[in-house]
Design a protein around this ligand. Structure first.
Ligand code: PEP
Length: 252
């Protein structure tokens, strides 16, 4: 049994006070929801205030990125040691990091290893671009992302993978639930080849890309899909609440 997880990636949105207000609005609706793990990932500068605002409840906290070094002359960066104790999860290798900030599998792999060393749980993002999708390269790209980014991790590592086709992120054009299920099945097979079947079967793999309150139920019915990484809809309290509640109701 893999417990489903819904994680909200707020990206570069919300001031500190807006972030605190958003989780304050969500808490009464989401704290009582069981059977699904709920995570919000606000910008770095809001982590402390949001952690405080979530105290005593059941919503967990994640960061959106981190650097792989522990400390030193890396102006503007945030280290695993700074995040440890502040949040439980960290999104790594998001396609926006790969696309705009030049992150390669090699860099992402260093980040995954550094996060695990600091007892942070990585949410590793993988997924193909539109051009790669059109060229029929989806399987090759996700295989490359998974093998490159998860090199040399312990087979007991606590982590999550999110399959996010780039063409579905922020476009309103989600993958069909069958498509997402098929690619997530492939991701699971790649992990099984690297770290064995039992690790792969216990690993939660999410779908991300234009997840909404209208498509989450269909996605969650699929056997391979263990939850969602939600961007735009995670900034709207009512939409995010509905996504979480629908996820909690799906029995597989
Ligand atoms: C994301 O950024 O991880 C994402 C899935 O965004 P959206 O839900 O807005 O497509």
């Amino acid at each position: 049994m893999r417990i489903p997880i819904i994680a909200g990636n707020w990206k570069m949105n919300t001031t500190v006070s807006e972030a605190v207000k958003l989780v304050g609005d969500m808490r009464p609706l989401l704290d009582p929801v069981n059977n699904v793990e709920k995570v919000v990932c606000p910008p770095f500068i809001s982590l402390t205030a949001v952690k405080e605002a979530l105290k005593g409840g059941s919503i967990k906290l994640g960061a959106q990125n981190m650097y792989f070094e522990e400390k030193g002359a890396f102006t503007g960066e945030v280290s695993p040691l700074m995040l440890a104790g502040l949040c439980e999860y960290v999104i790594l290798g998001h396609s926006e990091r790969r696309q705009y900030f030049g992150e390669t599998n090699e860099i992402i792999n260093k980040k995954v290893l550094a996060a695990l060393k600091a007892n942070l749980k990585p949410i590793l993002c993988v997924g193909e671009s539109l051009a790669q999708y059109d060229a029929g390269q989806t399987e090759a790209v996700v295989t490359d992302h998974v093998t490159g980014s998860l090199k040399d991790i312990p087979a007991s590592a606590s982590l999550i993978i999110a399959y996010e086709p780039v063409w579905a992120i922020g476009t309103g054009k989600a993958a069909t639930s069958e498509q997402a299920n098929k690619i997530i099945g492939i991701v699971r097979k790649v992990v099984a080849k690297m770290y064995g079947d039992s690790f792969a079967q216990s690993l939660r793999i999410l779908y991300g890309g234009s997840v909404t309150a209208d498509n989450i139920a269909e996605l969650m019915k699929q056997p391979e899909i263990d939850g969602g990484l939600v961007g735009g809809a995670s900034l709207k309290g009512d939409a995010f609440t509905s996504i979480v509640k629908q996820t909690a109701q799906v029995n597989k």
